[in-house]
Design a protein around this ligand. Structure first.
Ligand code: BGC
Length: 425
């Protein structure tokens, strides 16, 4: 296992890419580039609770945050092979980080990289992937905009002999996918739900009742239902018991979903809810939001349209910069952080094994010696053509109290003198 310090080169690369604008962009790195490896040791502080995702094997991760950054076990001997990376959009913060980390990892290992962003437009992602196939990339890493809309183009990849890793979001209805790399999505939702249970001390509520509203993600994103179901599975018993009430009555995924995870869509829906069900002084106690972009909209709606003066518990996911600022300011209560630097490390090591003609399985975890938790799962993610073998990393709850330990100390973010966090780069 090799480790290295977060380099300033990575910072510069990420700074350049963050919010560099929308639209389809491709960048090509050259083999043997001097860019740094990304990836980092992660704390294993996240829940170890079981999830809907039944794991076969779990690596032992380090419990301690450290300033060191883990490089993949990959060697710089890629022989000029090219990796095509298709990311959904630059307008949702995390994908900028994913793209940068992946590019850095693969370049460091000696690969050329073609990286595209498709402006959250599914047709454009199809075109971008067509382009990568036409460029004869050796392997594709794809985070889908619409998980149902890539079967045809990925079948073309299969016909061209290009293996595909489904990155973070499961791509449905195609057997062109060899593997899925993600976080334990169901656990993300469970952590959010359990956070609400703990904050409101629902197990000791007695006759007290609390009001909650839900905001979920994009129906086109296979992850969104996992997040929602994870949270709902934790909270439903309290709803059934009457301890938790949902004044809007909106408890089905389809009622609370947010197309494209869009902040202003989430804000408008929540303003309507506040206007319709809370303008009489009804107190809102918790807003379960599946991620940070939707939490941002909900927070804005509460600021502008909520009459109450209690602090509403608001959940999120990703550790987006604006949301971390809201956590510091006490406007958002938590986020579930997913160390996407480590997701890139897993993706590289998996890709290397695939390109070497191996059939990676749980042994990849021990061979790679990652300094973070990851499980190999062969039962949870069926994309309609069968179960896709999955490498699942572990998410972490971040609050104002532990953000320094979980985000700053490992080197993912810096903290300024006012306490605000800024992504490295
Ligand atoms: C990712 C989340 C992210 C959401 C919106 C999901 O597929 O897993 O981390 O918040 O997309 O970008």
């Amino acid at each position: 296992m090799k480790k290295r310090i977060v380099s300033t080169l990575l910072c510069a690369a990420m700074a350049a890419s963050l919010f560099a604008g929308c639209g389809s962009t491709a960048s090509t790195g050259s083999a043997g580039s001097t860019s740094s490896a990304a990836g980092s040791s992660s704390s294993a502080a996240a829940s170890s609770s079981s999830s809907g995702a039944a794991a076969d094997t779990t690596s032992s991760g380090s419990d301690t945050a450290s300033a060191s950054v883990q490089a993949s076990s990959g060697t710089a001997s890629a022989g000029g092979q090219t990796i095509g990376i298709s990311m959904p959009t630059k307008s949702l913060e995390r994908w900028n980080r994913d793209g940068s980390y992946l590019e850095q990892q693969f370049e460091k290992a000696g690969y050329k990289v073609e990286l595209t962003y498709s402006d959250n437009k599914s047709a454009q992602q199809n075109n971008d992937i067509e382009g990568l196939i036409a460029d004869k990339v050796d392997l594709l890493v794809v985070a889908a905009i619409d998980g149902e809309a890539l079967s045809q183009v990925l079948n073309e990849a299969k016909d061209a002999g290009i293996p595909v890793i489904s990155y973070d979001r499961l791509i449905m209805n195609t057997d062109a996918i060899s593997y899925y790399v993600s976080f334990d999505n169901y656990t993300v939702g469970k952590l959010q739900g359990q956070f609400v249970v703990d904050q409101l001390d629902l197990d000791n509520a007695g006759d007290k009742t609390y009001n909650i509203e839900f905001t979920a993600g994009d129906p086109a994103d296979n992850n969104a239902t996992y997040f929602f179901n994870g949270a709902m599975d934790v909270l439903k018993p309290y709803i059934d018991k009457g301890t938790l009430k949902v004044p809007s009555g909106q408890t089905e995924f389809d009622q609370v979903a947010t197309a494209q995870w869009d902040t202003s869509t989430a804000m408008k829906r929540f303003q309507n809810i506040l206007g319709s069900y809370y303008s009489d002084g009804t107190q809102l106690d918790a807003a379960l939001c599946s991620n940070d972009s939707t939490a941002l909209g909900v927070t804005q709606a509460i600021e502008s349209d909520y009459a109450g003066d209690n602090k509403v518990i608001i959940t999120g996911q990703d550790g987006d910069e604006a949301n971390l600022a809201n956590i510091v300011d006490g406007k958002q209560t938590m986020t579930v952080y997913k160390a996407v630097a480590n997701e890139a490390v897993v993706t590289l090591d998996l890709a290397e094994a695939m390109l070497a003609g191996e059939k990676p399985d749980d042994s990849l975890i021990s061979k790679s010696g990652w300094d973070f938790d990851c499980s190999y799962d062969t039962s949870s993610y069926d994309n309609g053509t069968g179960v896709i073998p999955s490498y699942l990393l572990v998410p972490t709850v971040v609050t104002k109290d532990n953000m320094k330990k979980e985000l700053v100390d490992p080197g993912y973010y810096t903290q300024d003198s006012d306490g605000y966090l800024h992504p490295v780069g």
